[in-house]
Design a protein around this ligand. Structure first.
Ligand SMILES: Nc1ncnc2c1ncn2[C@@H]1O[C@H](COP(=O)(O)OP(=O)(O)OP(=O)(O)O)[C@@H](O)[C@H]1O
Length: 598
């Protein structure tokens, strides 16, 4: 990158147009000077260099000439895109956004700038916050995080960019900021501030000064504040809380302070990595109570409701947390290997058993065994399991010696075990041994208050994992997410958000970024459109309409696949992972759609 990870606005009044490039480590700014081409790319000879492998060495060129701004793609591999269309050359206006490979570039008009303004890259900023958090924890000192964003007043919901105004207010608060304070962009419409040694009162005072920007000096600003200690224990949560507070802030209350646990105000609470709304909170209370004992627990719930995370919670909350929790998916082990997986085997116990191997119960001694999909366990293994539960003893396959272990068993299933007992496919005695405590996880459709916090959590994770900087959702997108019934529960939601983040073109997730089934659910919810008046209706042959729609779908599909392939350097298994489909399906669809590596 050209200037490390900092953005500098250090020029005079005439230099008023800039291209700001947002990438995974922050933002870079290149000034557009009349007649001087501004090339952007990954390496020299680009003028503005950004270390993102999805950019070509010299990716695109911006030029301001005769008051016209143009951008030209310089034969890049991953292309330059405006509103989903790959472009060769295009003219731009202030506020226009385009995607260069995998980074977002936006054309900004800058105001008068006096002092240099330094915005750190996100990675540096995170590092500074991590360090500050460690120091604060060790010496029991406070620090504050502020997220400042432009008040959203536009009806279209698109937030105006803060970067084009940031210098105005940052100069005003410059007197308040000390050299130790750090400032970094947070997406394209917000910045984040780290204020070491700053308690809640001081943080709020600074936030109020920032928010008190007179209307004539730019857009109104709102500020979210989170303070350590008190708001949360982890850096991630602190940032998330400040961001959530900034999102809540509005004209009536331009400074919103988050001083309690996350999601508490909205009736939900975060339990470490677990987000829990009203329905889940009671469950967690019970889980916390039983975590201390050794009694077996059954976790019941549809697929993807969070049975495994709840098992982890039970283990981590209890006295066994320093020992291992070993998970075994009973449904994934070949029937004939279930016993040796659970209990181990002696050398030569069966063909292929070249070495003695410990089983899950031995590995987890002192800790917890999590038997996922217990409903799939074959009857023979059920007998052996019953014995361990009753006596704590078992034998490795092929051994005569008995071993004793101290493990806690947590079992999970999406099946109706009682029904299976009645049908004779699950042992009644084992069922009664296991069912001392049954924790039933409600499906996501009954946990409406969790949807939004979960979406934001997954959005942030997807941004991190895919080097994206999607800032949030369009209101219509959230509507669709609410309308859908989520048969695959939290996992399906997580996958849908990840996919949406990967395909998103704008700063906010649009309805079109969601999987088709989620979009279709929204369409089903909406009232049917009024049919056009008869005299205006154009009769179209059904077949033609259908084939047109099919063509459109094919085009869309081809675009999605190509995007994933390009982003992964045409690595099929990586691309399939991103798309959430098997590699074989990807290869087949590539063939059908005629997609080939250039
Ligand atoms: N309350 C929650 N907060 C945050 N993430 C969650 C929550 N519940 C589930 N998840 C996430 O959803 C995904 C599915 O959860 P998990 O694997 O625990 O579900 P499961 O019920 O065990 O699924 P299956 O029955 O298919 O094994 C995981 O990525 C998990 O991290």
């Amino acid at each position: 990158m050209t200037n490390g990870s900092a953005v500098g606005l250090d020029e005079g009044d005439e230099q008023r147009l800039a291209v700001v490039v947002y990438h995974e480590n922050g933002a870079e700014l290149g000034l557009l000077k009349p007649g001087l081409p501004l090339t952007i790319g990954r390496a020299e000879p680009s003028v503005l260099r950004i270390g993102d492998r999805r950019l070509s060495r010299v990716h695109a060129c911006f030029l301001l000439s005769d008051n016209l701004i143009t951008v030209e793609d310089l034969g890049s591999t991953n292309g330059s895109w405006i509103a989903g269309r790959r472009i060769q050359k295009a003219s731009l206006e202030v506020g226009d956004e385009l995607r260069l490979g995998g980074v977002l570039a936006r054309l900004h008009a800058l105001g008068r700038s006096g002092q240099p303004l330094r915005l750190e890259g996100d990675e540096h900023f995170r590092h500074a916050v991590d360090e500050e958090a460690a120091r604060a924890r060790q010496f029991h000192r406070p620090f504050a995080l502020l997220v400042v964003r432009v008040e959203r007043t536009r009806r279209d919901g698109a937030p105006p960019s803060l970067v084009e105004h940031v210098h105005r207010w940052v100069e005003r608060v410059h007197g308040l900021l000390r050299p130790v304070d750090r400032l970094a962009p947070y997406g394209s419409d917000a910045v984040q501030l780290l204020l070491p040694e700053t308690g809640p009162e001081e943080a709020v005072r600074i936030a109020r000064v920032i928010a008190a920007t007179p209307p004539d000096s730019g857009p109104r600003l709102v500020v979210g504040v989170s303070v350590y200690p008190g708001a949360a224990d982890t850096v991630e949560e602190l940032v998330e809380l400040a961001r959530a507070a900034a999102n809540r802030a509005g004209p009536e209350q331009p400074v919103d302070v988050c001083s309690t646990a996350p999601w508490f105000d909205s009736g939900t609470v975060a339990e470490g990595s677990l987000i829990a709304g009203a329905a889940m909170r009671e469950l967690l209370e019970t889980a916390r109570l039983v975590s201390a004992s050794r009694v077996p627990v059954i976790l019941q719930g549809e697929t993807g409701t969070g049975k495994e995370v709840l098992a982890r919670f039970l283990h981590d909350e209890g006295p066994r947390r320093s020992q291992r929790m070993v998970r075994v998916n009973c449904g994934a082990i070949p029937k004939e290997l279930v016993e040796s997986t659970l209990f181990g085997h002696e050398r030569g116990a069966f063909t292929g058993a070249g070495q003695m191997k410990q089983g899950v119960f031995e590995e987890a001694n002192g800790g917890t065994v999590f038997l996922d999909e217990i409903g799939e366990m074959p009857l023979a293994a059920q007998v052996a399991l019953l014995r361990v539960l009753e006596t704590g003893a078992f034998s490795r396959v092929g051994a005569s010696k008995e071993l004793t272990v101290d493990v806690r068993v947590i079992a999970a299933t999406h099946r109706d075990l009682e029904g299976m007992v009645a049908a004779g496919s699950f042992r009644e005695d084992l069922y009664y041994r296991l069912n001392a405590i049954i924790l039933a996880l409600p499906p996501l459709r009954e946990r409406g208050d969790e949807l939004e916090p979960l979406v934001h959590r997954f959005l942030r994770l997807a941004n991190q994992g895919n080097g994206r900087t999607v800032q949030g959702l369009e209101p219509a997108t959230l509507e669709l997410l609410r309308a859908y019934s989520w048969p695959g529960n939290v996992r399906e939601l997580k996958n849908a958000i990840e996919r949406a983040v990967v395909v998103a073109r704008g700063a906010l997730l649009a309805p079109g970024d969601l999987p088709a089934r989620v979009q279709a659910a929204g369409a089903a919810e909406r009232p049917a459109p009024t049919p056009p008046p008869i005299e205006r209706a154009v009769p179209a042959p059904v077949l033609e309409g259908a084939s047109q729609a099919r063509e459109q779908l094919r085009g869309y599909e081809a675009h999605l696949l190509q995007e994933a392939l390009v982003a992964t350097g045409w690595n099929r298994s990586e691309a399939a992972k991103r798309l959430g489909i098997p590699v074989r399906t990807l290869s087949y669809r590539m063939k059908v759609l005629g997609l080939k590596k250039p």
